[in-house]
Design a protein around this ligand. Structure first.
Ligand code: GLC
Length: 745
């Protein structure tokens, strides 16, 4: 397939051809597969370095040994631990996404990396997906608007973003082999748009092929995905990197547009694109041309990164662990927190009136940076909520902390990294170094490991129940005698993790029982959570105040305290639906999630709020929901047809309260009598406005023709039918404040 290199200078293309012409087959092959776990092969003779990659979305991962899954044991690889992509997206602030990208890119460069394996932008199809914390939203438009500036920020540092995992990496169960059947319209309208924006607007220099299959073919060997869509339709001229172990077949991977094979095995010359490919070329089964195409893409990225060529000396040096980076991390954490409920102005607390504060719950004191799978971070530090509260209050307030509930200690009983077994049985059995097995052997081990893991979870429940008796009593007693009581619970990376999914959406460790008991003695209990995906809150009608935070990085505790005491007015909004119970979700109904072997995404476009809208199911908290300590009004919606088929909207948002605040005004389109089946409403734009008390701002948003379009499979293209569309302006997907009708010619 032709690679569209229009946005690449002719000069560079000529230099690429010149370099390529000098290379032997062995030299070319060395470039297209791992020569170490996180590095590709180099061609010293021609001054071509290996490409150094590193995880991940929340910062630059620690150094590992090159061919053993053991930490290098350095003491110079602590980094800024950034907010998760879920936390970042909850700010609904593209500018902060750009700021975070600049920090992530600078830290990657500072650590000598060429590619940062981030961001994660898969659609959150089910609240149970283990990696939801690494993804941004259930909505493609929101995901795209956060991913694009993030990628730009990263790449300003002469580091490549590697947007992942392409495509539709929607579950961790059977993640290496699960075959996902997805119709074309659903791919083009739901699972592709954020990747298309990342490539075409973000200009991502690289992209990572996912582990799973789509419509019968592994993503890293999928001609539809990598050749037709990515290269031919989207014009991607960057590098496709496999997920680590995502390549299964030499010929398929060689003859489709995968450029760099990475894996967790240390027999690098046995990788599919190494000796097996060399043999196939020697036998004339595969043309050497396919290798040239891959090397061209790799060299093109190297020129862009100033790794080679005349601009090499101008490459940005980057840096890591700077105060400025930590300031950005704090600001994002502050903006990411979501006030779900706040009756009787429970929040913010008045610090001057609190002489005795009781803090209950393990997430008050737990750090999260060192978990979650490949996104794990060796943080320079991490401020937990308890520390943040104490730092804020100082020594005149008595702060008493009680655990409240028991969390089993997942002691790591061996010294190699979990990733050594990540293609195998995930139970982290102490196999040390994996030896390459065939897919079915590996898959059987993987499945055994998962069954063992689930059995262990069941055993733990008895232990938790036993230990909770005393812990609950202590917490309830403590809660009775305090000026204020804050509960900090939720999830952690023993639950939110790469490699496996949750089996339900309930709070673990019997937290629900404790919260109910605490609410009995403290009607004003401040209920707060840290987690990577939605949880059920059966007691939510009894709670007056509920605050949610995703994993928000090293400054979480400081941001948490500033929101609790009102220095920061929360402005985060949900980027995914929080259902009342998992049974309300489409994946619970159709059973097409968390299944081994294959799943059929028969719900099509209808996941998240698209599903809850269509089925008229009330969620606990809807997509786009998030309260403030002040109130906003919306008025004066005016619509104006513009050139082409654009529609310009103007409306005014006013801060009616007594404190500064920021509001995310959301714009949804709702086709009236559409010719084809379409979601009731879809997010197409949003604006975050910061307003001083009493101030108002006139907001202008232009909807483009594409915002009205749906994908027509017969045309294999997007079309926007003429007709009437309701325009809904909302403070959330349900709290619609203004309505208008746009007529498309
Ligand atoms: C992991 C993950 C991917 C990560 C890669 C390298 O298995 O799926 O997100 O970047 O391998 O660690």
């Amino acid at each position: 397939m032709k690679v569209d290199t229009k946005n690449n200078t002719k000069k560079t293309e000529k230099e690429i051809e010149k370099l390529l012409g000098k290379m032997t087959l062995d030299e070319k092959l060395s470039m297209i597969h791992g020569a170490a776990f996180f590095k590709s092969g180099s061609v010293e003779r021609l001054g071509i370095p290996g490409i150094v990659t590193s995880d991940g979305p929340m910062g630059v991962r620690e150094e590992f040994m090159s061919d053993r899954w053991f930490s290098a044991g350095n003491n110079d690889d602590n980094v800024s631990y950034l907010p998760s992509n879920s936390a970042l997206a909850s700010t609904w602030n593209p500018y902060m996404a750009y700021e975070m990208g600049k920090v992530l890119g600078a830290e990657a460069r500072g650590r000598g990396k060429d590619v940062i394996l981030a961001p994660g932008i898969n659609i959150k199809r089910s609240p149970l997906c283990g990696r939801n914390f690494e993804y941004m939203s259930e909505d493609p438009k929101l995901t795209a608007t956060i991913a694009v500036p993030l990628i730009k920020g990263v790449q300003e540092n002469d580091v490549a973003a590697c947007v992942k995992h392409f495509a539709a990496n929607v579950q961790e169960t059977d993640r290496l082999m699960v075959d996902e059947e997805i119709d074309e319209r659903t791919l083009y309208e739901l699972y592709f748009p954020a990747f298309k924006a990342a490539v075409q607007e973000g200009k991502s220099y690289s992209i990572m092929g996912a582990y799973n299959k789509v419509n019968g073919y592994h993503c890293c060997e999928n001609k539809m995905l990598l050749d037709r869509v990515l290269r031919d339709e989207w014009g991607f001229d960057g590098v496709v990197i496999s997920d680590w172990g995502g390549v299964h077949k030499t010929k398929e991977a060689a003859e489709c547009s995968l450029d760099l094979e990475m894996s967790v095995f240390s027999d690098f010359e046995n990788y599919n694109l190494a000796n097996p490919l060399k043999e196939a070329i020697k036998k004339g089964e595969i043309s050497e041309e396919v290798v040239d195409a891959k090397v061209r893409n790799l060299l093109r990225m190297m020129y862009r990164l100033k790794m080679i060529g005349k601009e090499k000396s101008a490459r940005k040096p980057g840096t890591y662990n700077t105060p400025a980076h930590r300031e950005v991390t704090l600001r994002i954490a502050e903006e990411s927190m979501i006030l779900l409920k706040n009756e009787n102005q429970c929040l913010p607390l008045n610090a001057s009136k609190i002489k005795k504060l009781v803090v209950i719950g393990q997430n008050a004191a737990k750090i999260h940076s060192n978990g979650g799978g490949s996104g794990e971070i060796k943080a320079l530090y991490e401020i937990c909520p308890l520390m943040g509260l104490k730092c804020y209050l100082g020594g005149n307030t008595q702060v008493r902390y009680v655990k409240g509930y028991y969390v089993p200690d997942k002691l790591k009983t061996f010294d190699h990294n979990w990733q050594a077994d990540s293609l195998d049985d995930l139970s982290n059995s102490d196999v040390g170094m994996l030896t390459r097995e065939d897919d079915s052997t590996q898959n059987a081990a993987h499945r055994r490991g998962e069954e063992e893991r689930l059995a262990n979870l069941e055993k733990e429940k008895e232990e938790i129940h036993e230990k909770n008796k005393a812990l609950f009593a202590e917490a309830i007693e403590a809660a009775k005698d305090a000026d204020a009581v804050i509960f900090v619970g939720g999830l952690n990376h023993d639950i939110d993790s790469e490699g496996f999914d949750r089996t339900d959406m309930k709070l673990p460790y019997e937290q629900d029982m404790l919260i109910e008991a605490l609410l009995e003695v403290r009607k004003d209990l401040i209920v707060t959570f840290i987690g990577g995906s939605p949880v059920e809150m059966p007691w939510k009608d009894k709670a007056q105040a509920i605050l949610w935070s995703y994993y928000a990085g090293m400054e979480t505790g400081n941001a948490f305290a500033k929101v609790i005491f009102g220095d920061i007015n929360p402005s985060g909004k949900l980027t995914e639906t929080f259902p009342n119970q998992y049974e309300d979700c489409v994946t619970a109904k159709n059973g097409q999630f968390g299944v081994w072997g294959s799943i059929k995404l028969e719900e099509g476009l209808y996941c998240g709020y698209r599903y809850f809208d269509r089925q008229r199911i009330a969620p606990a908290f809807c997509f786009g929901h998030g309260l403030s300590y002040t109130q906003f009004t919306y008025s004066g919606l005016a619509l104006k047809a513009e050139k082409g088929r654009d529609v310009k909207l103007t409306f005014t948002v006013k801060n009616m309260g007594k404190r500064m605040g920021a509001e995310v005004a959301q714009v949804y389109i709702a086709p009236i009598m559409p010719k084809v089946d379409r979601p009731n409403k879809e997010l197409k734009a949003y604006t975050k406005v910061e307003l001083a008390p009493g101030r108002s701002k006139k907001v202008t948003v232009t909807l483009k023709e594409e915002d009205f379009a749906y994908f027509d499979e017969s045309l294999h293209n997007f079309i926007a039918d003429a007709g009437d569309y309701e325009i809904l302006i909302g403070a959330s997907s349900e709290d619609i404040r203004l309505k208008g009708i746009a007529t498309l010619s």
